[in-house]
Write a protein of this length. Structure first.
Length: 263
């Protein structure tokens, strides 16, 4: 194309491919490392139920749960769900990439742009909300507070996303004003700190977490790690596919004309 812009459809295809690979990598990561911890958390939760209720009632509840979904079915569903989430995230990533770079050639500098967008996505959608409301093992939380906890989490995600948008605007404005990289980067860091302070102004999680500290720490660290795997693979794959498309496009553009042969 004359202006060098890449249509949205190729970006969406790239995002779907990168999202599928990122989801698969995250699902396998969770299956191999997080699921043993989940099994341990489930066993502890069953013991806690047995101590609070009669043994017969707890056993009946566990039997009913096993009849609905076995652990092997849950393991398979974990990987499938991760791939589906990765596909959706890949579409979101491609659209965000097109919007952020709509005023320039979207095919330029694919590798650093993809990694920067992935880092911003991880920070705004995973890291900052997760610092305010860390993940808890299954079975933790009162069913009556589910709506409140979901609303608080969505508010944290919204603040995180708006914070990343604000950080980019600050960086663009300062760079356009001729300020040096040190000033722009310091301003971005200050913006992130302000966003984190805003997040901690949200209400605390209303439910206690009756889980041993070691298990809780391990579970939360693995939760952060799985998010990091998702965003890292998504950004790296999207950038690598962009590099390949740029290389193929350059090869096609600069292909020499065929040498005429004598009749």
């Amino acid at each position: 194309m004359a202006d060098g812009h890449v249509p949205v459809l190729p970006l969406l295809r790239r995002g779907l491919a990168a999202g599928a690979l990122a989801g698969l990598a995250t699902g396998l990561f969770s299956l191999l490392l997080a699921e043993p911890l989940m099994d341990r958390a489930i066993r502890l939760e069953e013991k806690r139920q047995e101590s609070e209720h009669s043994h017969a009632a707890a056993a009946a509840a566990v039997t009913h749960h096993e009849e609905l979904f076995s652990r092997s079915t849950q393991h398979f569903g974990l990987v499938v769900t991760a791939v589906v989430v990765g596909l959706a995230l890949g579409v979101f990533f491609a659209v965000a990439h097109a919007l952020v770079h709509r005023g320039s050639d979207t095919s330029a500098r694919p590798w650093p742009r993809a990694l920067t967008l992935a880092a911003a996505g991880f920070t705004g959608l995973s890291l900052l909300p997760g610092l305010r409301y860390p993940a808890n093992p299954p079975g933790v939380g009162d069913a009556g507070t589910v709506g409140d906890r979901q609303a608080m989490w969505l508010a944290a995600v919204a603040i995180g996303v708006l914070g990343m948008v604000l950080a980019r605007l600050v960086h663009v404005r300062l760079t356009a004003a001729g300020r040096g990289p040190a000033v722009a980067q310091t301003a971005v860091a200050a913006t992130v700190v302000a966003v984190l302070l805003a997040l901690f102004a949200l209400p605390d999680n209303p439910d206690p977490v009756p889980v041993e500290s070691t298990l809780l720490w391990d579970f939360r660290m693995l939760s952060f790690a799985s998010h990091a795997v998702m965003w890292a693979v998504l950004g790296a794959t999207f950038g690598a596919l962009g590099l390949r498309a740029l290389h193929e496009r350059g090869t096609t553009t600069h292909r020499p004309d065929p040498v005429p042969t004598a009749a």
